[in-house]
Design a protein around this ligand. Structure first.
Ligand SMILES: *[C@@H]1O[C@H](CO)[C@@H](O)[C@H](O)[C@H]1NC(C)=O
Ligand SMILES: *[C@@H]1O[C@H](CO)[C@@H](O)[C@H](O)[C@H]1NC(C)=O
Ligand SMILES: *[C@@H]1O[C@H](CO)[C@@H](O)[C@H](O)[C@H]1NC(C)=O
Ligand SMILES: *[C@@H]1O[C@H](CO)[C@@H](O)[C@H](O)[C@H]1NC(C)=O
Length: 462
């Protein structure tokens, strides 16, 4: 009798498992692993309305997409997908040059003159914007946030050269808490590229795409909405700024090294931050500085590379598609992989990308092909299909942790007739891989610097 009951229980369990596996296949958005995604094609398209669909009681700053309808201020520049992808390649190229020049430096060769390996170096654009406050009384600014660089800066009066920005320029003379960092201060030595003018420490950042900012290295009270403040925050007050910054007012550096926001905030808020990048440019996400709830997250170790201390490396060793591991030797990934908020499209070693792409094409055989879009070489024309079936893709790290890419992070869709696999290959296996922001969408990505690990959990953004 006891045997019968347990057999019955067993059957019920098996049935329940089958049922729930079945429903997870049909329901997007829950956390069970799906080998496939059934996707409503319309849901992949960018829209022209901003629907701020954040869950209430999230704790942090609102993230908007720079080129989307939620971005603050007027959008004078219409950026095309081809331009966004071109700028993305510029960023990746300069990250690769930075890594190479840093490597050469450690074996005693000359650094490339055009690309000093300095703190605060950044790589063009970056696509996500947050609002911060600076000074007393506080003024609000929209800035790009970037996990790939350290120094934060905003455009300041008196401007020798400023580009047009969203908000009025920051005027240091109107802030009672503002001070310049003197050349004699040890803080000035935190900058790799500094100079002295009238006793004031000057910073300079040159970007991979020849844009640049320089000005006074300063301190003032930083407000991180809604209510957190950081007094004596060190930042660049930029009086010569030129380049591809669009209309944002500056940049917040969330890199791993000294002078970054997170280095400066760690004693007050803990060495941790997290964000959720929205699935489309018509939604908003959040950026939260400091320790927050990390339940249900799975973590992988941060790897430190002393020659490029600003970057967050994680140990990617395998890829899964359609629920199956690809047959790629882990040594293919040995150049290292950076997780980055500013790169749009994930870059893989070409050996790994070729496998991923070929398998993806196999799975997608039934759909008509479309022309390549810039760096994206695997595109489909979904015009005739209201729904499409796309294989799931996951990153697998050396400690077994996996990051299952949300279905909104698999394709880069500029129009229904051209939906492209949102991954690309580097030129060489010896270049670092980058996990780009498209593949991080809708995840709560946790940078736990104190414990040297990066975590992923379901994000509370749409
Ligand atoms: C954009 O927002 C609208 C509501 O304003 C929503 O219906 C639509 O699905 C959203 N588009 C995407 C791609 O998320
Ligand atoms: C910046 O704004 C001013 C005033 O609105 C305008 O005259 C000027 O053309 C703009 N410059 C650029 C480069 O857009
Ligand atoms: C996409 O498919 C539709 C319907 O089959 C066709 O009319 C259209 O020309 C195709 N577009 C491209 C860019 O191939
Ligand atoms: C990264 O993964 C490789 C391959 O599994 C392993 O040999 C190496 O020790 C790992 N490195 C770190 C820092 O975890």
């Amino acid at each position: 009798m006891a045997f019968n009951i347990s057999l019955l229980q067993c059957c019920i369990l098996v049935l329940a498992c089958l049922l729930c596996a079945h429903s997870s296949q049909a329901l997007e958005g829950n956390n069970r692993y799906n080998a496939w995604h059934m996707v409503d094609v319309k849901s992949l398209l960018p829209s022209s309305d901003c629907s701020s669909a954040l869950e209430r009681n999230f704790n942090g700053m609102t993230i908007t997409h720079r080129h989307g309808p939620c971005t603050p201020g007027p959008r004078k520049y219409k950026t095309t997908d081809a331009q966004i992808l071109r700028q993305d390649q510029d960023r990746v190229d300069s990250m690769h040059r930075y890594v190479n020049s840093a490597k050469k430096d450690t074996i005693g060769e000359l650094l490339s003159v055009s690309l000093p390996a300095q703190h605060g170096i950044s790589y063009g654009t970056g696509n996500y914007v947050v609002k911060i406050g600076m000074g007393t009384p506080r003024k609000d600014f929209s800035v790009v946030f970037d996990t790939g660089s350290d120094l934060s800066w905003i455009q300041c009066k008196p401007c020798n050269a400023c580009y047009n920005q969203t908000d009025p320029l920051f005027d240091p003379t109107l802030s009672s808490t503002y001070s310049n960092v003197p050349c004699s201060s040890t803080d000035c030595t935190l900058l790799d590229s500094s100079s002295c003018s009238n006793g004031r420490c000057q910073y300079e950042v040159r970007y991979g795409d020849n844009s640049q900012t320089d000005g006074v290295f300063a301190r003032d009270t930083l407000t991180l909405p809604p209510t957190d403040t950081l007094s004596n925050f060190m930042f660049g007050c930029g009086t010569n700024n030129d380049g591809l910054f669009g209309e944002t007012d500056g940049l917040i550096g969330l890199g791993r090294d000294r002078v970054s926001l997170i280095s400066q905030a760690s004693s007050k808020y803990g060495a941790m931050f997290s964000y959720c990048l929205p699935s489309s440019s018509n939604n908003t996400g959040y950026l939260s500085i400091g320790t927050n709830s990390v339940s249900r997250a799975s973590f992988t170790s941060m790897v430190r590379k002393s020659d490029t201390p600003s970057f967050y490396y994680i140990n990617l060793t395998a890829l899964k598609i359609g629920g199956k591991l690809l047959n790629i030797s882990p040594t293919v990934f040995s150049a290292g992989t950076v997780i980055d908020s500013g790169t749009v499209i994930t870059r893989l070693p070409p050996t790994a990308y070729a496998q991923l792409r070929d398998t993806f094409r196999q799975y997608m055989k039934r759909y008509p092909k479309a022309p390549s879009l810039s760096i994206l070489d695997t595109c489909y024309n979904f015009t005739k299909y209201p729904r499409v079936k796309i294989p799931a893709i996951s990153f697998v790290f050396s400690d077994g942790t996996t990051l299952d890419v949300d279905f909104t992070g698999l394709l880069y869709v500029s129009q229904v007739s051209q939906a492209c696999l949102a991954f690309a290959g580097n030129r060489r296996d010896s270049s670092i891989g980058i996990i780009g922001n498209t593949q991080q969408k809708k995840k709560n990505v946790i940078y736990d610097i104190a414990n040297q690990k990066i975590g992923f959990s379901p994000g509370r953004c749409k």
